[in-house]
Design a protein around this ligand. Structure first.
Ligand code: CMX
Length: 436
């Protein structure tokens, strides 16, 4: 057993009595109320999910296990010469809340190396799909195709509830170890004439991904940063919530994560990173080679709004400030590509879009989210096929959602089943001023 798994087991055993006590002794304590606009309006802000892996505050943004993004980057071990920590060390941190030593992180690298071989049939399945299938369809299909490998599913009938986490953890590690190779395969198969670069599993996950993508340094650090930043955003967002919901039926990690990816593929969620680059490219085409100015950026933003579309990369269901994931990527750009014309244009949009959105007066948050900045970095390092960008988000998101469902199983979280009501019931309660 790895030190991570042993430590996780200890943590689970320490934690379980807290959940049991809350349920048994305080189960009826009221923590929130539900209004009609929350019922119709996508359940915003209703406190009815529990996760200790990350917490999203509307003002300060995400905390992973209590740490802000810069604190997380600073605390975790890095390889010599690397600017960002390894994904392997972050996995340890998300699962346990503890900073691993370099040795413990290396043990995860070795563990992932042993799990990394992608079954050949996955590539056959991907090759059988139409070549113009969206890369997210390919990723989700590849994950689902591997369901027969699930250790949880194989063991289910012989397991006791308290043991469910063990094989869920095994499935999570198996999946995580394989995802970079699957993602890189999709990229090289679809856009590089099938010229596949075999993995080098002596490298950590970020560096091996850069190697398999065929992109030179510092793309290894880009991959590490990108996967960590996109990993988790507490459990209410569509991809995390979908994964949790599907897993709550005791569907295994493959079923659950494939479903989560399908949610990530929506333009209001992860696909927004693709939409941002598409918006920028269309804008540049309209500019016909002329230097962009704040005036014509503003006019293009208004065109988008007036045509009934959203400004991709702006707004958020929880955040009410610039997303710190945006800021972290902006800082990377300031250091590595300060004079890049696309980065300058994205900065210009950042100066203009919040004012336009505020003037329009609909969105509760006119500030950029993670997706407004991420494509620029990819583009700069030669990854210009922007319909691939959400796959990168998906690989990163796996870290958070798979850590979450491991803990869901450990704490015995129940089948999720909220209650629906009818419009007539809402009208009746509206007339009476409440349901009581
Ligand atoms: N451009 C134009 N209008 C926007 C907007 C934007 N960027 N953001 C919100 N609005 C509109 C909403 O569409 C809504 O309009 P209606 O009342 O006509 O339906 C109104 O403002 C109120 O929305 P809100 O409460 O501020 O935001 P929501 O919680 O409903 O939605 C989000 C959040 C992210 C879906 C929305 O801001 C949006 O569509 N943004 C653009 C897409 C995007 O960048 N998504 C990525 C989010 C991060 C991620 O998950 O990856």
């Amino acid at each position: 057993m790895t030190r991570l798994k042993a430590r996780l087991q200890e943590k689970i055993e320490e934690h379980r009595p807290r959940t049991t006590r809350l349920l048994k002794e305080f189960g009826k304590v009221v923590i929130d109320e539900v209004t009609i606009d929350q019922c119709i309006g996508g359940a915003r802000d209703i406190k009815c999910l529990v996760t200790d892996i990350s917490y999203l505050d509307s003002q300060e943004g995400i905390r992973f296990r209590g740490k802000l993004i810069p604190e997380t980057f600073a605390a975790l071990p890095k390889l010599p010469g690397a600017e960002y920590p390894t994904v392997e060390s972050f996995w340890y941190f998300l699962l346990t809340g503890e900073i691993p030593t370099a040795e413990e992180a290396e043990e995860i690298h070795q563990d992932f190396k042993a799990r990394a071989k992608v079954p050949a049939y996955v590539f056959d399945v991907l090759r059988a799909l139409p070549k113009d299938s969206h890369p997210m369809v390919m990723l989700s299909t590849a994950v689902l195709a591997m369901q027969k490998e699930s250790k949880f599913n194989k063991a289910y009938h012989s397991l006791k509830k308290n043991d469910y986490w063990d094989t869920t953890y095994e499935d999570a590690c198996d999946l995580l170890a394989k995802l970079p190779e699957i993602a890189a395969f999709i990229y090289r198969y679809k856009y590089k004439n099938g010229d596949i670069i075999p993995g080098n599993y002596e490298l950590d996950m970020g560096a091996n991904f850069a190697h398999m993508m065929g992109i030179a340094k510092p793309y290894d650090d880009v991959a590490r940063m990108y996967f960590i930043l996109h990993s988790d955003h507490e459990s209410g967002n569509v991809s995390a919530h979908t994964t949790h919901l599907v897993a709550s039926a005791l569907s295994d990690a493959y079923y659950a994560f494939s479903a989560g990816l399908n949610g990530l593929a929506g333009p209001l969620h992860g696909l927004a990173n693709q939409e941002v680059l598409q918006w920028i490219m269309e804008f540049q085409t309209k500019m016909n080679g002329a230097e962009p100015t704040e005036e014509n950026v503003k006019a293009a933003l208004w065109d988008t709004l007036n045509s009934g579309h959203v400004i991709p990369g702006y707004g958020h269901a929880v955040l009410r400030k610039t997303d710190p994931r945006y800021t972290a990527q902006m800082e990377f750009c300031q250091k590595h590509l300060p004079n890049d014309p696309l980065f300058k244009l994205v900065n210009m949009i950042y100066h203009v879009a919040p004012g336009v959105l505020t003037e329009q007066g609909k969105t509760k948050n006119p500030w950029p989210n993670v997706d407004a900045q991420s494509g620029v970095i990819q583009w700069y390092y030669g990854l210009t096929e922007y319909d691939f960008y959400t796959v990168l988000f998906g690989v990163g998101r796996a870290i958070g959602v798979l850590a979450n469902i491991t803990w869901d199983r450990a704490l015995g979280y129940a089948l999720e089943r909220p209650k629906s009501v009818t419009t007539a019931m809402l009208e009746d309660w509206a007339a009476k001023g409440g349901s009581k």
